[in-house]
Design a binder for this molecule. Structure first.
Ligand code: EPU
Length: 337
């Protein structure tokens, strides 16, 4: 077990901000967990479990221990008449895993193509895109409780998935996810209703692979960090706010262009990107911290922005949306420290 001290996190966060971890460890095998849990230097320190670092903002140095999970392995566990059960270790790259499934003709994950990060990070924020959420296809999550060292297996209900949230996000630093098992339907039902997906597919016959390719082209057209030379980011910086239906109606009466999607619980989900764009932020830049010109929900680092500068910009955006629309935007990435 190699424990680095005062390690740079620059290469381990997709925002590409400079920050240091007091201690840093890359975990390649489960057998190393007892060693670091028992290490006297690490007792009582805050812990951070890192996957691809694609949904995190380091606002300052991290005063504790960062564990980068690099566990590998993919496996078809078994199947029944209607589903395949596929298990992936937490350190596998998410998109590579998705492509591995669709290239074999296995449906289920194609709409979640090209999401940055690792398999182990996917349940933390219940990743979702183009009409599909991880919660729909997740059968179980295996994790170590770092407060006791015990292994747990959570079935889907126990993960408490909601929109961009889970038990694991609520208890950051406690659970080290080691593997995720997916329940993938054998019957392919293409999900093409999200705006832009059908158009990107064109006349091509929808197979899991073709839909994955279409999703990749939609994402590349509006999200940064998917090609060399693009600015750093953590994807959407705010969640789409959920507001009472009455509040959404009042807002829509004044702003008919505001996209709002009714939710099963009676609330409405509003487009945070639209609210931010209306406040004039799209494409703005303060030093190297900016709002992406192609998508108002994405904060970007054009070069050497610090986490504190990005956070200052986020707070200014939040204040203006609150003042103009009376809506509070909640950050989506994990904010540290
Ligand atoms: N819009 C604007 N201005 C913009 C961009 C979008 O007004 O600059 C409006 C448009 O009306 C558009 C609507 O916002 O129709 C929705 O935009 P988009 O389809 O890009 O989706 P989003 O709600 O902004 C969410 C997820 C993304 C995910 C996409 C596609 C959240 C916080 N974000 O974004 O996830 O890729 O839907 O499913 O729910 C992420 O979580 O990091 C992420 C990128």
């Amino acid at each position: 077990m190699h424990l680095e001290q005062h390690a740079s996190l620059l290469a381990y966060n997709t925002f590409r901000v400079e920050a240091r971890a007091r201690y840093f460890l890359t975990l390649e095998q489960l057998a190393d967990i007892p060693a670091f849990l028992g290490d006297a230097r690490l007792q009582g320190l805050p812990r951070l479990i890192l996957g691809g670092g694609s949904n995190i903002l380091f606002r300052a140095d991290f005063p504790g221990m960062v564990v980068r999970v690099a566990l590998r392995g993919l496996e078809l566990l078994g199947e029944d008449d209607s589903h395949r059960f596929v298990r992936a270790a937490a350190g596998e790259n998410w998109h590579d895993f998705v492509r591995w499934t669709v290239e074999q003709g296995w449906p289920g994950l194609e709409n979640l193509s090209l999401i940055p990060g690792t398999v182990g990070a996917a349940p933390v924020q219940n990743i979702g895109a183009y009409g599909v959420e991880l919660a729909e296809v997740c059968a179980a999550v295996e994790a170590v409780d770092l407060t006791t060292g015990e292994f747990h297996r959570f079935d889907r209900a126990a993960c408490r998935f909601t929109y961009r949230d889970s038990l694991f996000k609520q208890q950051t630093g406690r659970w080290l996810i080691t593997a995720v098992t997916f329940r993938l339907p054998k019957t392919f039902t293409p999900r093409l209703d999200y705006p832009g997906v059908r158009e990107a597919l064109g006349e091509v016959e929808p197979t899991p692979l073709a839909v994955s390719d279409a999703i990749c082209s939609v994402r590349r057209a509006k999200l940064p960090g998917l090609a060399p030379g693009e600015p750093g980011s953590a994807g959407s910086f705010f969640k789409n706010p959920l507001v009472p239906a009455g509040q959404a109606e009042v807002l829509r009466a004044s702003y008919p262009g505001l996209p709002a999607w009714p939710q099963p619980d009676g609330r409405a989900k509003l487009s945070a990107a639209w609210l931010i764009e209306q406040c004039g932020w799209k494409g703005c830049r303060e030093g190297d911290a900016g709002v992406y010109a192609k998508h108002a929900l994405v904060l970007v680092n054009h070069g050497r922005a610090t986490g504190a500068e990005l956070w200052r910009l986020a707070e200014a955006i939040r204040a203006s949306v609150r003042q103009r629309f009376g809506v509070d935007l909640e950050p989506e990435p994990i904010l540290l420290p």
